[in-house]
Ligand binder design. Sequence first.
Ligand code: NAD
Length: 332
Amino acid sequence: MHKIGVYSAKPYDKSFLEAAAKGHDLEFHFFEDSLSEEMVSTLKDFEIICLFVNDMVNRSMMVKLASNKVKLIALRCAGFNNVDLTAAKEYGIKVVRVPAYSPYAVAEHTLAMIMTLNRKTHRAYNRVRENNFSLNGLMGFDLNGKTVGVIGTGKIGQIFCKIMQGLNCQVVAYDPHPNQELQTAGVKYLTLQELFKASDIISLQCPLTEETKYLINSGTIGMMKEGVMLINTSRGGLINTQALISGLKSRRIGYLGIDVYEQEENLFFEDLSDQIIEDDLIMRLITFPNVLITAHQAFFTKNAMDNIANTTVMNIEQFIKGDELENELKVD
Ligand code: NAD
């Protein structure tokens, strides 16, 4: 039996992983908490650990993992900015991920955020339950004919472009590697600066890298249209939150939808309803009536959870058998 330490494990992770592992020689040990520096020191018996988006593994943790004989980190996510891959390579720890579990889930949640912010269905729902049938404050705009700027046209971005074209929007995009099929379908690639100037709605669908860190800052917000709608379902670090708050206060940003937040590891996936939250930036964001925050749930569909669990089990099996790891993350 191969023992696997699964961190940041919620009840839904347990049920999907256990179902996927039926008939395999795997023994999961689930821990609700995310992997911390202290836990790494005491970690025993696990050659394989299984992590999620907010389990950080920096260099010093990697050293400890290696000395505790960890050989494989199996990420249950696509993004991998939380793991120091260079250190992993140096210490002989392989890292695998789930590259695509459901790009539809994330693209569709992006649309849900746009629809909610625009047509204010969240406010209407609460009002009607209180017998308040007034329409004051609920006015939206037609998406038809609006310009949507998509930054990053990979798996998720491509689907999102097609969804917005289906709503008769003009879709423009920026990606260092433009997609020919999208171009043929009428998506126009622009420079970033042109995209910021042209778009009524801007959606971030690119990874967090050194290059994209704080892509949205006071300078780039200054290039955007007055009243722009900005959506981030990718990674929190793409946006400088302080600049975002200034952009909302100056009314340059007319609507904000975020499923990710730079300091989310201290907040998201937990019920903190009876606690004092010390993060003043998120608390300020929550106060704006034109801001919608969801707690990293864009991926969270049954289809995606099935794919995450099945691919994770496959990744682990390939490692155990010594096969080629088709979802291995490598650095040069
Ligand atoms: P992908 O690798 O298929 O596509 C990423 C695209 O971004 C590529 O086309 C790449 O060329 C482009 N890109 C790279 N650098 C860029 C830059 N500087 N500017 C603009 N574009 C750039 O990835 P994907 O599956 O489409 O996922 C995109 C991101 O979505 C992931 O990196 C992850 O951070 C995020 N994500 C979020 C959730 C969620 O639940 N909120 C779930 C899955 C993925």
